[in-house]
Ligand binder design. Structure first.
Ligand code: CP3
Length: 343
């Protein structure tokens, strides 16, 4: 196994960790903004394999990264299930909602999503043929809870209020939706692996708003079921889980879900995480994205603190959340140099 990311995810410690960035293909890159303008609509960009492959490869050409991540979006699954999904410039996604049994019954079956998602698999096939031999290809999906929050509210909501309300008021419907999404996600990620994804990642951006038993039932259980199913279909493909803002509940997350690696957000203290999370296996993270805006000595110091904290075990260097559109590409070079030249 020569790709560094795959070695780390298999549990190997390396002197210099592999590095990639969440949202590395995106608006901080002028070449992305050009392709995005050519594509017109964000969804057209996701569903045009040549263009989606091009933007997946842009950060790989510009930076010396250890992984490419498929260019797509977590909201392609609700789109493939038959909801209407739109991205409004500067205002985020808008989706037709699932709040009644009739809405739920109108969804496509979990394994009937593949015709719609075929361009995503084509993107993976194109990228896999063009990547440098040391670069791993990551596929992804949203975790059921996070995707459900958008399907229930019809948009992003700060506290995920509408999803919490449906969970309390119509528990049967809510559970059915989570189960449907869990099955669809297994089918989708399995198809991504068959098309060339060497690693898959589950983004649970809103895991932090689940409390007590809800965390168990909706952040852990669906992920456990997805990881278990993928392991029986594709035992050699590692899974990264990102229960964002899980706080103390990061501890034990890999053990209870079977994930090979846990991605940490930047609210987590790396020294705490080394002791309580990395003890169970590989971790990924967790530089604050805003450090790539100003750069300078603070960026280098914080990069070194993270390297130092995780140096005793397997670690994938990444940000704690997606790189922001105002990040400066020069600062990304600075961060990568600080990692590669670290002694
Ligand atoms: O990381 C990558 O480079 C791969 C591509 C990727 C995108 N979205 C592209 C994208 C990935 C992995 C995602 C995941 C995603 N999408 C998440 C989970 C991670 C997280 O950020 O918490 C969520 C919640 C979404 C849903 C989503 N997509 C929102 C809320 C928005 C609008 C907000 C924004 O940043 O504009 C998007 C749009 C989106 N997805 C963009 C990109 C590059 C920006 C669209 C544009 O070009 O205008």
């Amino acid at each position: 196994m020569t790709k560094k990311l795959l070695r780390t995810l298999a549990g190997e410690r390396t002197d210099i960790p592999p590095v990639w960035m969440m949202r590395q293909a995106g608006r901080h890159l002028p070449e992305y903004r050009d392709t995005r303008t050519r594509a017109g609509d964000f969804l057209d960009l996701c569903y045009t394999p040549e263009l989606a492959a091009e933007v997946t490869l842009q950060p790989i050409r510009r930076y010396d990264l250890d992984a490419a991540i498929l260019f797509a979006d977590i909201l392609l699954v609700p789109d493939a299930l038959g909801l209407e999904v739109r991205f409004i410039e500067g205002d985020g996604p808008r989706i037709s909602t699932v709040t009644t049994h009739a809405d739920f019954d109108a969804l496509r079956a979990p394994d009937a999503i593949h015709d719609h998602l075929a361009p995503v698999y084509d993107t993976l096939r194109i990228v896999s043929g063009k990547l440098p031999s040391k670069t791993a290809l990551i596929g992804f999906a949203g975790a059921p809870w996070t995707v459900a929050t958008y399907m229930i509210a019809g948009k992003g909501t700060p506290g995920q209020g509408p999803a919490h309300a449906l969970k309390t008021e119509q528990p049967g419907l809510f559970d059915a939706l989570i189960e449907h999404l869990t099955d669809a996600t297994i089918s989708y990620l399995s198809a991504q692996i068959e098309a060339g994804a060497e690693v898959v990642k589950l983004f649970d951006s809103w895991a932090g708003s689940l409390c007590g038993e809800d965390f168990e039932n909706y952040a852990i259980e669906p992920v456990r079921r997805i990881v278990g199913a993928l392991k029986s279909l594709h035992p050699d493909t590692p899974v990264i889980a990102f229960p964002r803002e899980a706080g103390m509940r990061y501890e034990g997350f890999a053990r209870s879900t079977g994930a090979d690696c846990v991605a940490l957000d930047n609210s987590v203290d790396p020294v705490w995480a080394a002791r309580h999370v990395q003890k169970d296996g590989p971790v990924q993270g967790n530089l604050a994205p805003h450090l790539l805006v100003a750069g300078g000595d603070t960026l280098i110091r914080e990069t070194h603190l993270i390297l130092e904290a995780f140096k005793a075990g397997p670690h994938v260097f990444n940000l704690g959340h997606g790189i922001t559109p105002d990040a400066n590409p020069d600062n990304v070079h600075l961060m990568i140099d600080a990692i590669r030249n670290w002694t």
